[in-house]
Design a binder for this molecule. Sequence first.
Ligand SMILES: Nc1ncnc2c1ncn2[C@@H]1O[C@H](COP(=O)(O)OP(=O)(O)OP(=O)(O)O)[C@@H](O)[C@H]1O
Ligand SMILES: [Mg+2]
Length: 358
Amino acid sequence: MISAYQDQVSRGQLTPDAAQAAVAAHLHGLSVALAGYAAGAKRGFFSRKPKAAPRGLYLWGDVGRGKTMLMDMFFAEVNVARKRRVHFHEFMLDVHARIHARRQLVAAADVIGPVAQGLAGEFSLLCLDEFQVHDITDAMILGRLFEALLNAGVVIVVTSNTPPQALYQDGLNRQLFVPFIGLIEAKFDVLCLNASADYRLGRVQARAVYLTPLGRAARAQMQALWADLTDGAEGVRLVLKLKGRELAVPRAAHGVAWFSFADLCEKAVGTADFRAVAERFSCVFVEGVPVLGPAKRNEARRFTLLVDTLYDRGIRLVLAAEKPAEQLKLAPRTLSRLQEMGSAGWWGGVGVKKIAET
Ligand SMILES: Nc1ncnc2c1ncn2[C@@H]1O[C@H](COP(=O)(O)OP(=O)(O)OP(=O)(O)O)[C@@H](O)[C@H]1O
Ligand SMILES: [Mg+2]
């Protein structure tokens, strides 16, 4: 059993949960198997045979069950010299950048192999949080990429809300993606974390950072929150410089930014923009969130990405929306996260960045 998990349960900081305990035991087994492991270690003349790579883990389950918590405890415990823990979105941004750089350098047919080799030189254990496949460019390279990483001896652990068979469901050219699912099933232990509760919801306490309906009252409350958080500063327009483009922030002061929903979710903005926002600000206001029905699929996708990115960085979020969150037609995880991000614990909590000077 992962010792941090056992400790926190026995100290009463975590609710005992048999399904989590089973996953914690599995992860501990992996941690033992990995002790001292190095990818691609060569057998020296006198040394013992290097350790064989243990099987990776594909851990999936519903929102708020403790997947990320358990993976992070495992990551902290495991004794591997070179290990990396990264959000899946960020990992893929990095991979795409490396592929792009390599294409500039050589016109060789296989760029993914060398990129994977390069990555394997940097870490022997890769923990990816929130594995998901929606993007066709990701879908088309993941098979080759994972195969090359595994061949180079990298051990991979992922968390996901989706079982392997349902990844990239209804995606374009899905038949080209199917071998990746076979690879996961052949080379990874696939576990479902069927914990008994959405623990995130358990910690939620209402706080007036979710304002609805839109209108004068919501605006006034947002304005009052803004004043509290910025010591009454009016705020200035800022431009964040990103690789090759810019993102305008209509209003910024003391680490707090104010956007309209249209600024962030109705234009061609994406992960890199949201990351830049999360890096620069500790609190983000978004005004005018509409109900995200079928006609607003792209907006909904961007909004989900925005919430994921801010959630991952412990950023505080103030929203003014057309309807209560349960009626916005959000994905279940996005809703669960918004509820957690509205809790007093989130606002006062650890992991939330201190408000920086703008
Ligand atoms: N047994 C438990 N008792 C109390 N709190 C818990 C327990 N397990 C998890 N939590 C808390 O519940 C919250 C959600 O856990 P976590 O983020 O690990 O879920 P997740 O499965 O990764 O969710 P998602 O799929 O949305 O990413 C965390 O704040 C975590 O600390
Ligand atoms: Mg998670």
